[in-house]
Design a protein around this ligand. Structure first.
Ligand SMILES: Nc1ncnc2c1ncn2[C@@H]1O[C@H](COP(=O)(O)OP(=O)(O)OP(=O)(O)O)[C@@H](O)[C@H]1O
Ligand SMILES: Nc1ncnc2c1ncn2[C@@H]1O[C@H](COP(=O)(O)OP(=O)(O)OP(=O)(O)O)[C@@H](O)[C@H]1O
Ligand SMILES: [Mg+2]
Ligand SMILES: [Mg+2]
Lengths: 255, 255
C-alpha cells in the first residue's frame, strides 16, 4: 500500500527539503522503496541530488504539462538509494499558466506510484496551485516547523489556511504530523517554542515525538550531494532522521 | 528623494523579514523617515509589529484591490519609530485572482511615498505577481542570502530569474546589494559560502561589506515585538544592522 506524503509549510526555510531528502534516505535504509518528487520551482532537492542544473532536463514541470510520461521523468540516486523526479525546466513557468488543474499531479502519478512504498513531495513555501496539486495527490502531509517565533506563527497560519483548503475542495487533508526542526538545545527560545507547539490546541496532538535537532552536519550534506547517513552517519542529524523514519512508518501503518 | 527598496529572495527563511524590520528601525534611529510594507501573505512582519492578527484589518491586500486608500492602510509603530502597512486579510486570496496587474502597487503608492526617505517592502519567498508588483514599484532591491549551501544555490537561481524578469518587463531592476545573513563564525560552512559569494562572478560585486552574523537575540526579537535595538541594543545583531543601515544610506546616495 503506497503512502504519498507532501512535505509542506508556507513559511520558508523551516527544513522541508532537508526532511524530504534525509527521511527518504532513512526509509530506503529500512528497505522501503522510495520516490522523491521536487515540486518546488527553486529546485533545492534537484540541485542537491544532481550536479548539473535541472534546467536542461525533464521533471515534474514537464510531467504536469503532459509533454512527457511518468517513466521519462524518473532518475535514480545511488547515493540515497531512492528514485526521484527533479523539478524540470518548466516548473518555474508553469505557475504563471493561469489554468493549471489542481488535480493534474494526482492524475499523472496515477497507478505508477504503486511501485513504491513511500512517495515524498518537496513543496515550495507557498499556497498556490502547485501546493494544491501536492495536497490533492497525497494521502497525508508532514509540516516541518523550525522552533523559533516567526516559523511557529507562520506554521499556525498555514494550518488555518489548510482548513479553508479542505472546505474549498471538500477533501480530507490528513496531517501525519508536525515536525519540530532545527531545535537548538543551547537556547531558551527553542525550548519555549517547542513547549508552545506541544501545548497548543491546534498543534499539540499532531507533534511528532521525534525532534530534529539543529546540527551543522545536516547543513553540510547538500554541499556534498549526500544524505546525512553517508556524510555523517554518527551525527545527531542521522540519529534524528532515523528515528523519524520509524515514527513515519508507524503512523503510516507500514510494518 | 524617496528610496523604495524591495527585500526579496525566492529561497525561504534567509532573513528577509528580519532585515526589513531591523534595517527599518536602524534607518529610523538615524533620523530617516521610514515606511515598511508587508507584501507577504504569511504576514510575518505584520505579526511581529501588531498583537492581534492582521486578519481583521486592512493592509496591502486591500490597497492592491483598491477597496481603501493609502492613508487608511498606514499604522505607526512607536516601538520601531516607523510607519508600516500590514498584510491585511485579503492578501492571501489576492494571489489567486488571476488578473492582478503587476503595476498596481506602484500606482497605489504613487506620490504618497514622498513623505518618507525609505520604503522597505518585505516579500514572500516566491516569484509570482506580488513579487512583480514589489519589483516594479521599487527603485532597488536587497537580496538576503543565508550563508549555507541551499540558500546560496537558491539565491543564484533567483538572480537568474531576475534577469528574465528584466527582459520580460523591459525594466532595470537595480540590485542595491546582496546581504550575507545568519553568518555563523563557528562553522567552516559559513566561511566557505561567504567566500563563494564574494568570489562569484554574478554575486561578488554586489555583496554588502556588512555581514549579518547569526545571533540568537535577532531570533528573540519577534517574540518581544521589538526591533533588535530595543530588545538587545549591545548585541552583534544590533551592531550589524546599524552598520548595514549606514551602507544602505551610502549606496542609496542619502546623506
Ligand atoms: N536540523 C538542521 N540543522 C541544521 N541546519 C539545518 C537543519 N535543517 C535544515 N537546515 C539548513 O537550514 C536551511 C533551510 O533548510 P531547507 O532549505 O531544508 O528548508 P526549506 O523549508 O526546504 O526551505 P524553502 O522554504 O526555501 O523550501 C538550509 O541551509 C539547510 O541546510
Ligand atoms: N542573523 C540572524 N541570527 C539568528 N536568527 C536569525 C537571523 N536572521 C533571521 N533569523 C531567524 O531565522 C528565521 C528566518 O528568518 P526570517 O523569517 O526573517 O526569514 P525570511 O526570509 O523572511 O523567511 P520567509 O522566506 O518565510 O519570508 C526566523 O526565525 C528569524 O528569527
Ligand atoms: Mg525547500
Ligand atoms: Mg519573511
Amino acid at each position: 500500500m503506497t503512502k504519498v506524503i507532501a512535505v509542506v509549510n508556507q513559511k520558508g526555510g523551516v527544513g522541508k527539503t532537508t526532511t524530504c531528502v534525509n527521511l527518504g534516505a532513512a526509509l530506503s535504509q529500512k528497505r522501503f522503496k522510495v520516490l522523491l518528487i521536487d515540486l518546488d520551482p527553486m529546485g533545492s532537492l534537484s540541485g542537491w541530488l544532481i550536479d548539473e542544473p535541472s534546467e536542461n532536463g525533464n521533471g515534474s514541470g514537464e510531467l504536469l504539462r503532459g509533454t512527457i510520461g511518468f517513466m521519462e521523468t524518473i532518475k535514480h540516486s545511488d547515493e540515497l538509494g531512492v528514485d526521484f523526479i527533479p523539478a524540470g525546466k518548466s516548473l518555474m513557468d508553469i505557475v504563471l499558466m493561469e489554468s493549471l488543474d489542481p488535480f493534474i499531479l494526482g492524475e499523472r502519478l496515477g497507478s505508477w506510484v504503486e511501485r513504491y512504498d513511500f512517495v515524498l513531495i518537496d513543496c515550495a513555501p507557498s499556497s498556490n496551485v502547485l501546493i494544491a496539486n501536492a495536497l490533492l495527490a497525497s494521502d497525508s502531509i508532514i509540516i516541518p516547523i523550525q522552533t523559533e517565533t516567526l516559523p511557529l506563527k507562520g506554521g499556525i497560519k498555514f494550518i488555518q489556511w489548510l482548513r479553508e483548503f479542505k472546505n474549498e475542495y471538500n477533501v480530507n487533508v490528513n496531517i501525519l504530523g508536525v515536525l519540530p526542526c532545527m531545535f537548538d538545545s543551547r537556547t531558551k527560545l527553542s525550548f519555549g517554542i517547542l513547549d508552545a507547539m506541544k501545548q497548543s490546541e491546534n498543534l499539540g496532538p499532531m507533534v511528532f515525538n521525534t525532534v530534529i535537532r539543529k546540527n551543522i552536519r545536516l547543513a553540510e550534506a547538500p554541499g556534498a550531494g549526500r544524505s546525512i547517513f553517508k556524510s555523517a552517519s554518527k551525527s545527531f542529524g542521522a540519529n534524528d532522521y532515523a528515528s523519524m523514519a520509524l515514527e513515519v512508518a508507524e503512523r503510516s501503518g507500514m510494518p
